[in-house]
Design a protein. Structure first.
Length: 351
């Protein structure tokens, strides 16, 4: 019987080499099985689970009951129609009613949390009476529009509390919330936004979460930002925790080309985000400029889709008849421009 303690140095070295060979071989074999598992089954874990993507609602779930109209007191077109009828301008009133009668999103732009809550509650109550879904647009981000025609916005310290206050006022209403048009796409041409804008929007998504709301982030529009870049920015802003994104807000691209862009963007984002498209003024397609282009017309009647694709709804987000800014003869951004409103009606797309 051999005494291991009395083996020769050479024998001990040989034994040690065999032990290390056996250990190394075992580790290599285990590693090979692990690698094979990764290579053979790379999609066993769904993408949504790995990235923590929320479950997306169907179009019907996102917009229960369909689209609500605005209260008359908050609808510029309705106010002008009423005034025209009172002045005996029945023909003008009838044309403006083409705009006023449609569901239009309500833009929240006032820094005051008190006044914003009042507006939200008024819209929510009106929608509840219709058993339909209200659509809000948050438009108060700091350094809004990068200082251009719609310059303004809340302070850096006041913005998230403002969003949080609005979200609490919307809680339980199943409202749809479009978060800050241009806020992401405009980073492309406004470098000073790059370090602050996306973290701020991420905080806004946090503030909107947990209230039963359907949230969409800014997806820009075709021909504006490279798709890969827009997808990365949307992920950084928290799109994985929302219903998806919106496109074409206050713009004029046709549905078919805009939808192609949106589908490509959704594929780049991953996790199957849904989207909505603004069709308020795209009835004649792109007119060569985004700012009060001549010849533009109303688009399709706003409606929720049947939900067989990622397109949830075609919306009137921009209020037709409100100016884009002091360009092409327009008044200040957001002001009612009646001649332009009537031209949109005259050039409207036939559904």
């Amino acid at each position: 019987m051999t005494d291991q303690g009395n083996r020769s140095p050479r024998g001990r070295r040989s034994s040690a080499r065999r032990q290390w060979w056996w250990i190394g071989g075992t580790i290599g074999l285990v590693g090979a099985f692990v690698l094979a598992g990764v290579l053979v089954h790379p999609h066993d874990e769904p993408l949504d689970d790995r990235r923590g993507v929320v479950h997306r609602s169907t179009a019907a779930q996102a917009f229960p009951g369909g689209l609500a109209t605005q209260p008359g007191a908050l609808n510029p077109a309705r106010q002008r129609e009423t005034a025209a009828r009172a002045a005996g301008q029945d023909s003008t009133a009838a044309e403006i009613a083409v705009i006023a009668d449609q569901p239009i999103a309500t833009w929240l732009t006032d820094d005051s949390t008190t006044r914003t809550r009042q507006t939200v509650r008024q819209v929510v109550q009106h929608a509840r009476e219709q058993h339909r879904t209200p659509v809000f647009v948050l438009y108060d981000v700091p350094d809004r529009d990068c200082g251009h025609y719609s310059a303004g916005g809340n302070s850096a310290s006041g913005y998230v509390p403002w969003v949080r206050s609005a979200a609490r006022a919307m809680a339980g209403s199943h409202a749809v919330v479009l978060v800050e048009p241009d806020s992401i796409a405009q980073i492309q041409v406004c470098p000073r936004l790059r370090s602050t804008r996306l973290p701020l929007l991420h905080q806004a998504v946090d503030a909107l979460s947990g209230h039963g709301l359907t949230v969409y982030l800014d997806g820009g529009n075709e021909r504006r930002v490279p798709v890969a870049t827009q997808a990365r920015w949307l992920r950084d802003a928290g799109v994985d925790r929302t219903q998806g994104f919106f496109t074409n807000v206050s713009n004029f691209y046709r549905v078919d080309t805009e939808r192609t862009y949106a589908d490509e963007l959704a594929d780049r984002i991953g996790g199957d985000p849904h989207f909505v498209i603004d069709v308020s003024r795209n009835g004649r397609g792109w007119r060569g400029t985004w700012c009060n282009p001549r010849g533009a017309g109303l688009g399709q009647t706003p409606h929720v889709t049947r939900g067989t694709t990622r397109l949830d709804a075609l919306l009137w987000v921009k209020t037709p008849g409100l100016s884009d800014g002091t360009c092409n003869g327009g008044p200040a951004a957001g002001q009612w421009w009646e001649s332009y409103a009537l031209a949109l009606v005259a050039n409207r797309r036939a559904d």
